[in-house]
Design a protein around this ligand. Structure first.
Ligand code: OSB
Ligand code: MG
Length: 374
């Protein structure tokens, strides 16, 4: 495909309610969007890096610089035909997976339009409906926590994930389990625990959790495997899994029994598919994680979740849980059975509201492809 231009934008979107994890509180999202113009079409991508380098080393600002100075020019002067060609183009740049994914996924998005194929099909998806869960941030009081859980259980979500940390865990889980003894429940610590907490974590076994997500260090396999040996509950790794090799290492050393796949964290759809395939080869279930995405990243997560190994409910939920108005049309909706229908029309299946995006844009930069004169 012939790329004419790559546009980087920063938009600002306030969350409908603050999201609190063990690494911090998010109220207003600053989102980096990529827009690739080629063949008279526009492919969209979303960089899921946060406002601060807390979840991982990237932030929206580091991604902006890397995209503008390195990845954007590389892609603009390349001859990519497929989203899957991007990792080769970006090979010299170490790390920065979220910046890479923002471009690679926009190319897949474009490719689906050029091929007039649904994005999910291009990725190898097979599921027409995906199972949805929610991730609930830590609340100021137990009463508010229970109200939040109640709202999402009533909405029909299939799995409730609760953010936790030392001081907001067993008591909170006791209260939730007392009220809902049977719901599919998990916790996500975002690396809040240490070795001194092992006995405390083993006590979580009594809550019949589907999994404990990323209890220990973001870069660790070894201590997670020590912990998994002593836990009945499955550990799920999020932050620790950067690529297919990590997935295989983590599975083979029994650091986890479940893997959370986020295409931003692993560098784009290509590596996300590779992680998925590795997990499937080993019989390890996966699910699609979320990063408080706008509709663009959400549409991409829905397409990814349609791959056959995504057998557990993902953190891919309705637009309205995050935004007063999403930037896509239709907005993402979840049925009362906790499912999202995967769009079967060509491309990503959700139109980008370009006027709204324009209105929300606070920063814009354009990388023009060098035209070779015939
Ligand atoms: O660890 O899964 C996480 C949000 C931001 C950063 C990290 C995580 C999350 C979530 C929210 O849990 C998932 C979502 O609803 O998008
Ligand atoms: Mg997580």
């Amino acid at each position: 495909m012939r790329i004419d231009a790559i546009v980087l934008r920063e938009i600002r979107m306030p969350l409908v309610e603050p999201f609190v994890t063990s690494f911090g509180k998010t109220t207003d999202r600053r989102v980096l969007l990529t827009e690739i113009q080629a063949e008279g079409l526009v492919g969209w991508g979303e960089c899921v890096a946060g406002e601060h380098p807390y979840f991982s080393a990237e932030s929206i600002d580091t991604a902006w610089v890397v995209l503008l100075q390195e990845l954007g020019p590389m892609l603009a002067s390349s001859a990519v035909e497929h989203g899957g060609d991007c990792p080769k183009v970006f090979k010299k740049v170490r790390g920065n997976p979220m910046a890479k994914a923002a471009l690679e996924n926009a190319i897949w998005d474009l490719e689906a339009q050029i091929e007039k194929a649904p994005l999910y099909e291009l990725l190898g998806g097979t599921q027409k409906r995906i199972a949805c869960g929610v991730s609930i941030g830590m609340q100021p009081t137990m009463e508010q926590q229970l109200r939040k859980v109640e709202r999402e259980v009533n909405a029909g979500y299939q799995r409730i994930k609760l953010k936790c940390q030392p001081g907001w865990d067993v008591e909170m889980l006791e209260a939730v389990r007392k009220r809902w003894p049977k719901i599919m429940l998990s916790v996500d610590a975002n690396s809040a625990y240490r070795m001194r907490d092992f006995d405390h974590l083993i006590d979580f076994d009594r809550f019949d959790l589907l999994m404990i997500e990323q209890p220990l260090w973001a870069d660790d396999f070894y201590y997670h495997s020590m912990l998994q040996k002593r836990l009945e509950t499955a550990i799920c790794l999020d932050e620790s899994i950067r690529n297919r090799r990590d997935a295989l290492a983590a599975i083979d050393m029994e650091s986890c029994r479940i893997i959370n796949i986020k295409n931003g964290r692993v560098g784009g759809f290509s590596e996300a598919i590779a992680v998925h395939n590795a997990a499937m080869e080993r019989g390890t279930p996966v699910w699609c994680g979320g990063m408080l995405e706008t509709g663009i990243g959400r549409a991409h997560n829905i397409a990814l979740s349609s791959l056959p190994g995504f057998t557990l409910p993902g953190d891919v939920s309705a637009s309205r849980r995050y935004w007063a108005e999403d930037i896509i049309e239709p907005e993402v909706e979840v049925s009362n059975k906790g499912e999202i229908a995967v769009p079967t029309t060509a491309g990503r299946g959700f139109e980008v509201k370009t006027e709204l995006v324009e209105k929300l844009t606070v920063r814009r930069e354009e990388i023009r492809a060098l035209q070779t004169v015939a």
